[in-house]
Design a binder for this molecule. Structure first.
Ligand code: BGC
Length: 388
């Protein structure tokens, strides 16, 4: 990426994102936060077919309420107040474990070992060819048919200073879904006293492998089940994106967003250009692309996205250490799922902003590398800050 820090800050300032510095961006307008941090509460959520118990943890801090499942590390509910203090669950999901197992399009889940697609599930590492699980046409998507979203994680709650949170562990054995190496994964969800939700990912391996972890929350800041997010206003600090072929595999090009529907450097609504007859929008049936963040890879999370729902006033700001973000406009929601609040989800009823390395990086030598070797630690951080 090679971008200097000065250029990063200049780019962020130009897009108006500079004020959204990680972890401090919470808008405190309006009433004081109703509650402080409390010790997370654990309850039984349901059982898998083999009898495995799935628990749900409830956390609250700085006005944000989070519910997390041991299955998939799923954010089952995330509630934040609107400008008048009224809470809504802004994350799509289900109210029962059976629907998560049978038909979830990754609602709220942790994604691994590899977020997004790998071309035909094939790659070569250190001269050795690997075939990973193919589950999306001829390609591999989000780690294969039984990725991290469908595994039961070990969960421990913590309180630390003014923070509350959960530490989630999952060990993926050598060869699982075709990936080499035993991968030990630790994900920490922290709710800060400002109500920010921070995710810290860590992983180590005992053989060279590839890793790209992310979180697949479907956001609707007006509340899940309330209708389309096309009125939400979005800003992304990215001057380029990675165009795809019809199987949604990157062509390898880093194309400028200037003059295309992909230009979110200045705030515009999600729906403004979504019906433009642009080949890339036909391929994705809307936005389903990786934006190349101007800041590049950073040691600390830096601001990259801002989302606002004008009707409720709720805002979400995202900061990340990652070089890319997949903006997916909920194109494949097709009216066949009934969500947490009892409403049907239809196309465009939510959007995802998945911080990540670029799709198909194992086959794209010019993309930042996703290789992890023994002795190295994979680290990635994303912070979600809410306001109103
Ligand atoms: C992908 C979409 C996919 C969705 C899951 C997104 O990250 O880019 O193509 O349909 O996840 O349902």
């Amino acid at each position: 990426m090679g971008t200097s820090r000065r250029t990063v800050l200049a780019a962020a300032a130009a897009t108006g994102l500079a004020a959204a510095s990680a972890g401090t961006a919470h808008a405190t307008a309006g009433t004081a936060h109703p509650t402080g941090g409390r010790k997370p509460v654990k309850e039984l959520f349901g059982k898998l077919a083999d009898g495995t118990r799935v628990h749900r943890w409830s956390l609250e801090n700085g006005g944000t309420r989070l519910k997390v499942l041991s299955y998939g590390g799923i954010v089952q509910s995330l509630e934040i107040p609107d400008r008048r203090g009224r809470y809504a669950n802004v994350s799509l999901g289900f109210d029962n474990i059976e629907d998560y197992v049978a038909s979830s399009p990754y609602f709220g889940a942790l994604i691994g070992r590899y977020g997004n697609r790998i071309d035909k599930g094939k790659f070569t590492l250190d001269g050795k060819a690997y075939q990973v699980d193919v589950n999306d046409g001829e390609n591999s998507l989000h780690g294969g048919a039984k990725g991290f979203d469908k595994r039961v994680w070990d969960v421990e709650a913590f309180t630390s200073g003014s923070d509350v949170g959960l530490v989630l562990h999952y060990t993926s054995v050598d060869g699982e879904m075709g990936y080499p190496g035993t991968l030990r994964t630790k994900v920490t969800y922290t709710l800060t006293r400002h109500g920010d939700w921070r995710i810290d990912y860590e992983a180590t391996t005992d053989k060279a492998t590839v890793v790209n972890l992310t979180s697949h929350v479907y956001w609707n800041l007006a509340g899940e089940g309330s209708g389309s997010v096309y009125d939400h206003e979005l800003q992304l600090a990215a001057s380029r994106y990675t165009p795809v072929d019809k199987g949604l595999i990157p062509t390898g090009e880093l194309a400028p967003v200037a003059g295309t529907p992909f230009d979110f450097r200045r705030t515009k609504s999600v729906g403004e250009d979504i019906r433009e007859a642009h080949q890339q929008l036909l391929y994705g049936q809307g936005f389903d692309h990786n934006w190349v963040l101007d800041k590049g890879i950073t040691a600390k999370p830096e601001p990259i996205a801002k989302l606002r729902d004008p009707s409720s006033g709720r805002t979400l700001k995202i900061a990340t250490s990652e070089p890319g973000v997949q903006f997916y406009s909920g194109n494949f929601l097709d009216g066949t799922l009934v969500g947490t609040g009892g409403h049907i989800y239809r196309q465009g009823d939510a959007l995802c902003l998945e911080t990540q390395h670029f799709p198909d990086s194992p086959n794209q030598p010019k993309f930042p590398s996703t290789t992890l070797r023994p002795g190295q630690t994979y680290r990635s951080t994303t912070v979600h800050s809410f306001g109103r």
